[in-house]
Design a protein around this ligand. Structure first.
Ligand code: HEC
Length: 165
């Protein structure tokens, strides 16, 4: 009785290659608000698609401030205000994320961060339903600003060995 055989929302499903029951939106879908998902700002990338190498629109000061505000609401609880991965939820036992200052993440293209926000990764769940695409890019811009602001930090001191790769 506790497992009646039908799939529940967001359940894992082995029948799809990405292991998720929830299917990505079909290109051309018009979400609420009237945007189409074909342009790069809103792109719903599959794990097999190469991440975007650049930002789809320029980020000015107001954009970065919005990114900071959204980062502090949605990300800092785990990733920490500076991106070192020592957020409050992590200090209370949640799996430790890698520091944004690792060489690998400094070199990662902006689209990688956008894709992780959109789809989640490992223990981190997806924010695709909570953060609108433009704000995801603004958060990525703010993460880039954090990385540039501390050029000597290699991130190793705050990243557990299993998250350094
Ligand atoms: C509830 C805690 C939590 C929150 C909130 C969270 N993350 Fe994460 N994040 C993680 C954990 C844990 C990992 C490591 C996941 C893994 O590889 O298992 C991670 C990994 C990442 C990575 C590294 C991916 C890589 O290549 O290794 C990025 C980038 C990232 N998160 C960005 C964000 C952004 C941006 C936000 C806010 C929109 C956010 N995260 C919110 C826990 C969180």
């Amino acid at each position: 009785m506790s497992d009646d055989g039908h799939y529940k929302p967001e359940e894992a499903a082995t029948i799809f290659p990405d292991g998720k029951l929830a299917r990505p939106l079909v290109v051309g879908t018009v979400p609420r608000g009237g945007r189409t998902v074909t342009d790069t700002i809103y792109a719903v990338t599959a794990p097999t698609t190469a991440p975007a190498a650049s930002f789809p629109f320029p980020l000015d000061r107001a954009g970065l401030e919005r990114g900071k505000q959204q980062y502090e609401i949605f990300c800092a609880v785990c990733h920490g205000a500076t991106g070192d991965g020592n957020g409050m939820i992590v200090r209370r036992g949640f799996p430790h994320p890698p520091s944004y200052y690792l060489d690998r993440l400094r070199k990662a293209p902006p689209g990688h961060f956008y894709d992780v926000i959109t789809h989640g990764q490992g223990a981190m769940y997806s924010y695709g339903d909570r953060i609108v695409p433009e704000d995801r890019w603004r958060i990525v811009g703010y993460i880039r600003a954090l990385q540039l602001g501390d050029p000597k930090n290699d991130g190793l001191a705050t990243t557990p060995p299993e998250q350094r790769k």
